[in-house]
Design a protein around this ligand. Structure first.
Ligand SMILES: NC(=O)c1ccc[n+]([C@@H]2O[C@H](COP(=O)([O-])OP(=O)(O)OC[C@H]3O[C@@H](n4cnc5c(N)ncnc54)[C@H](OP(=O)(O)O)[C@@H]3O)[C@@H](O)[C@H]2O)c1
Length: 337
């Protein structure tokens, strides 16, 4: 087969899961991260295991958690070290034109050595968020969100497209979120960047269709990754030793300080979000959906993926329930009433 897949943000969470799953399916995976040189294979394995642990709250207040089950399929678990070893990591900061151009040229050369063609599939996955009110989030951080989540995907797509267009073959799958369709308070910057990804993909899809390049968007539900730990880390001066397994610390430590005018409002929402993510499905659920998109002869434009209940809720919010009811229900759901 010798298909080469580039996955951005493959150093953790959903991207790492895609990299492991597609390697297991026989693809050659080039994973990218800003810290490729220092990535530790043992740590990658620990992170993957953490993300594929089923957690359970053991008290009524839902502040104490314990691991109950390992969710990694036996076939993958048995070969995990070998699969992680096979992933080739490249340094790439998606917010930098130079870094993206350099990394993609290097990966095109390496891909040609493997399959004589170049990069076959691009999975645009790298993403970040802050946890802040729209008012308090600085303009610099608004720009960082868009520069990473939206322009990051545009940059990498622009870098792979010339080769795909010449070869008249290629696939690009961009990662949005269901949170772009049912907005999360204090993440309006994130949801705005992610809805823009969906629109960007829809436009690009039509533009490149005649070159036999297929573009789709995947919109995952909440997924149990270190995303919120990373959100917390860039939103506050949280103790840097905090790890993604320190779940109780995450629940109890506010991502803002009491002097914030939104302190009272923001904390209950943070708790709802963190608790939801802890019991959310593992990343491999999204990787299996991604694999189906890659294999589809005629991939659809958008794919909702992950937790079935959240997918139904989003369907109701977008298609059935009136705006007035959504306006009433959303604050209730997030503990704001
Ligand atoms: N977890 C969820 O509930 C969820 C739900 C829906 C959608 N998503 C989306 O899924 C994607 C992956 O999220 P995740 O949950 O796996 O989060 P994660 O564990 O925090 O992973 C984020 C990845 O993005 C990379 N990244 C961040 N900034 C980057 C930059 N400037 N340049 C290059 N790479 C960068 C990180 O790599 P380095 O730090 O090593 O550079 C890391 O590999 C994101 O786009 C997210 O919005 C997540």
């Amino acid at each position: 087969m010798n298909k080469v897949v580039v996955i951005t943000g493959a150093s953790s969470g959903i991207g790492l899961s895609h990299a492991i799953f597609l390697t297991a399916k026989g693809y050659t995976v080039f994973g990218t991260s800003r810290r490729s040189q220092t990535l530790d294979k043992k740590q990658l394995k620990e992170d993957f295991v953490r993300d594929h642990t089923k957690w359970k709250f053991t008290n009524k207040e839902k502040t104490i958690v314990k691991p109950t089950k390992n969710l990694i399929p036996k076939k993958i678990e048995k070969n995990l070290d070998e699969l992680i070893d096979k992933i080739r990591f490249f340094n790439m900061d998606v917010t930098s034109d130079d870094s993206v151009e350099k990394a993609i040229s290097e990966m095109e050369i390496e891909a040609k050595k493997i399959n004589d063609r170049g990069i076959d599939i691009l999975i645009n996955n790298a993403g970040i968020s802050f946890f802040r009110s729209a008012e308090v989030l600085s303009m610099e951080d608004w720009k960082t969100t868009f520069d990473t989540n939206l322009f990051g995907m545009v940059r990498v797509a622009k870098a792979v497209l010339p080769q795909m267009r010449e070869r008249r073959e290629g696939r690009i799958i961009n990662t949005s979120t269901l949170g772009a369709l049912a907005v999360i308070p204090f993440q309006s910057h994130y949801s705005a960047s992610k809805i823009a990804i969906k629109v960007f993909s829809e436009g690009l899809r039509v533009e490149v269709k005649k070159f036999n390049i297929k573009v789709s968007t995947i919109l995952p539900s909440d997924i149990n990754t270190a995303f919120n730990t990373n959100v917390h880390a860039i939103s506050t001066s949280m103790d840097p030793s905090t790890k993604s397994v320190d779940l109780e610390k995450m629940i109890n430590q506010s991502p803002t300080t009491p002097d914030s005018p939104y302190y009272e409002y923001l904390n209950p929402v943070w708790k709802v979000i963190v608790k939801n993510l802890i019991v959310a499905p593992p990343p491999l659920v999204i990787s299996k959906k991604l694999y189906r998109i890659i294999k589809a002869r005629k991939p659809r434009v958008n794919y909702h993926a992950g937790d079935p209940i959240q997918r139904i809720l989003v369907f109701l919010i977008r298609r059935v329930v009136t705006n007035e009811l959504v306006d009433w229900l959303l604050p209730l759901y997030f503990g704001l009433k």
